[in-house]
Write a protein that binds this ligand. Structure first.
Ligand SMILES: Nc1ncnc2c1ncn2[C@@H]1O[C@H](COP(=O)(O)OP(=O)(O)OP(=O)(O)O)[C@@H](O)[C@H]1O
Ligand SMILES: [Mg+2]
Length: 355
């Protein structure tokens, strides 16, 4: 394995891991939705859970990250969820399986052909698989990342939305038959909102928010980058860590980017550049025909962050745009809008200082 100057590490998520494990250690009774701001670490957390659980007996963990997959048709869905050994060119997921799969469910070639010819119901195939595992005293777990990517796909008869059918199926598998655990993650706040406002789904689901890292975890991490990231060329003092926290908060991705740049630049230069970039990003976003509204909206966040959505009535379209453009973040469960990360707070404040 190559030795990197800066390696990646998994920084403490004890609380969140414990919540996920608690969900898995009880009989399936609800779908668990994992949501949170952009790049907060949802995918990383699930990979970590997956890796940890895979070592344990008694579970059959099926992890599918839809971000990696091109999904334009029903057949793409079949490919992603079901693959037979013949097509196996994906990640090996342990020796327990007869066929190890990149897709979710292992199938014999016959069933796969039937699915492809649409002569087999994919939901029944999944249910049979869950039942088979349960008979063997193995608890099936389905983890799907970027679930909202299934939106826009239809069942073969073109009448029904696949994502709706799948969600109903998962409700039946959890709340009704208690057959299988289902964890769904999405970085699309509007998808989570759709689920949350649908009373039937809301009542049969749990919602878990994953926010950026806590201050103490960032401090524990950055105080020992030698241990966590195998960095040998420099170390960070308390004051420097404070400056990093002050600029990007607990955004692991931005922290990595700073650590990488520190091999070539001073911390002051790096942090000043980040702030300049964010100001430019805000100036760019504001520069539209509806500039005045955009400015008025952002100026409210200088005073208050996050803001309860009931205080922001009459701006739904613009708010939606801001969320899609990753300027604002929307939490449908808390019912509030906030700035997408601490560095962007600097961008917004800096923008208003300049104009
Ligand atoms: N607990 C952690 N420890 C160390 N690094 C982390 C941790 N969580 C996330 N990261 C880093 O932060 C970056 C973003 O993480 P990740 O892609 O998991 O976020 P996400 O919430 O899934 O993002 P998206 O909203 O785009 O789906 C990654 O580069 C990852 O390595
Ligand atoms: Mg992700």
């Amino acid at each position: 394995m190559k030795d990197f100057k800066l390696d990646v590490a998994f920084i403490d998520r004890t609380e969140e891991m414990a919540l996920l494990r608690n969900y898995l250690e009880n009989r399936p009774n609800s779908i668990l939705f994992l949501y949170g701001p952009k790049s907060s670490g949802k995918t990383t957390l699930m990979y970590h859970l997956f890796a940890q659980m895979e070592q344990e007996r008694g579970y059959d963990i099926n992890f599918l990250n839809l971000r990696e997959i091109l999904l334009t048709s029903y057949n793409d869905f079949i490919d992603a969820f079901f693959k037979s050994a013949e097509h196996d060119n994906g990640i090996r997921t342990g020796t327990r399986r007869q066929y190890s799969l990149f897709g979710l469910f292992k199938l014999d070639a016959f069933t796969e052909r039937m699915l492809r010819k649409k002569q087999e119901d994919p939901f029944l195939v999944m249910k049979r698989e869950f039942q088979r595992l349960q008979k063997k005293d193995i608890q099936p777990v389905v983890i799907i990342d970027e679930f909202h990517k299934l939106d826009g796909l239809y069942m073969p008869d073109r009448q029904k939305r696949l994502i709706v059918e799948l969600m109903n199926f998962f409700v039946a598998m959890t709340k009704e038959s208690h057959l299988c655990h289902v964890i769904i993650a999405s970085s699309d706040a509007f998808f989570i909102e759709q689920v949350y406002v649908d009373s039937k789904l809301r009542k049969t689901s749990k919602f878990m928010k994953l926010d950026y890292l806590e201050k103490e975890d960032v401090f524990a991490w950055l105080s020992d980058i030698r241990k966590y990231n195998k960095v040998r060329e420099y170390a960070l003092g308390r004051e420097e860590i404070e400056l990093i926290w002050d600029t990007v908060g607990g955004s692991a991705w931005e922290i990595y980017s700073i650590l990488e740049d520190l091999f070539r630049h001073s911390l002051d230069e790096i942090l000043a550049r980040i702030k300049r970039e964010k100001v430019a990003m805000i100036a760019d976003w504001v520069d539209y025909e509806d500039m005045e509204e955009r400015r008025a909206l952002l100026s409210r966040f200088v005073e208050e962050n996050p803001i309860d959505r009931r205080k922001l009535t009459g701006m739904r379209n613009l708010l939606g745009q801001a969320v899609r453009d990753n300027i604002l973040y929307y939490d449908p469960v808390e019912g509030e809008y906030g700035i997408q990360g601490r560095s962007l707070e600097w961008g917004i404040r800096g923008y208003f200082d300049e104009v």
